[in-house]
Design a protein around this ligand. Structure first.
Ligand SMILES: N[C@@H](CCC(=O)N[C@@H](CS)C(=O)NCC(=O)O)C(=O)O
Length: 220
């Protein structure tokens, strides 16, 4: 039975964990790539999301949901086994949301501001590349320091925050893998461990190693 349709871009890290959860939960999900250049798909997306952003989900029952954080949670809610990734206590659930929000709003845009210009892709909202480098390194250090005292982002068990944050880091590891390992060893071991989890790797794997040098900048 059809679960619904996910409007996304090919690719976008904002959809990676959703797609991995859909596969793990055996959901029959139709994927529509709705970049602006695919005008027909884009116009269809705009019927459900007036700002034309992905990911946006339209359920077979007509339920519509957009924004990658609630969508990731919605897909995790679809089975008992993935619900265990949402935290065992209220404090854990709130910490999971905290890290997902940080990854989506702070980490991902900073990485995008560095990575997209390197691969000659257009930034939707143009960002200063020096500021983006500084922010990417600063936010990477914040994660590296946090993971020195915590096996996973939220305590001793893998949660959805780990998969979601790893997906948001993929641009940085695709571009600067060697430099990231050198500068952020703890973050990098955590990243490799999360990416090796089979159900996640089946969808998120195959990140290229483009071999760019990690840019340097004075941290604020
Ligand atoms: N606040 C949204 C942002 C979604 C977003 O900006 N998606 C990008 C792709 S990663 C997009 O659709 N960009 C096209 C646009 O903004 O016109 C979320 O967290 O899901």
């Amino acid at each position: 039975m059809s679960f619904g349709t996910l409007y996304t871009h090919n690719p976008t890290p904002r959809s990676t964990t959703i797609l991995a959860l859909a596969k793990r939960n055996g959901l029959d999900l139709k994927i529509i790539y709705a970049e602006k250049r695919n005008q027909e798909a884009y116009q269809e997306l705009c019927k459900y999301n007036a700002v034309g952003q992905v990911p946006t989900f339209v359920g077979a029952d007509g339920y519509v949901l957009s924004e990658c954080i609630p969508l990731t949670l919605y897909f995790a809610f679809q089975s008992e086994s993935t619900m265990t990734l949402l935290g065992a206590t209220k404090a854990d659930s709130l910490a999971i949301l905290k890290w997902m929000s940080f990854a989506n709003s702070d980490l991902f845009p900073a990485i995008g501001g560095v990575f997209l210009s390197l691969i000659k892709e257009q930034q939707i909202i143009k960002q200063d590349s020096e500021d983006s480098i500084r922010a990417m390194l600063h936010r990477g250090k914040y994660l590296d320091e946090h993971l020195k005292g915590s096996k996973y982002l939220v305590g001793e068990r893998l949660t959805i925050a780990d998969f979601f944050t790893a997906s948001m880091l993929m641009g940085a590891y695709a571009a600067f893998r060697g430099g990231m390992i050198e500068r952020f060893p703890v973050l990098s071991s955590w990243y490799d461990e999360v990416c090796a989890v089979e159900w996640y790797r089946e969808v998120a794997g195959g990140v290229p190693d483009l071999g760019f040098p990690l840019p340097q900048a004075a941290l604020c």
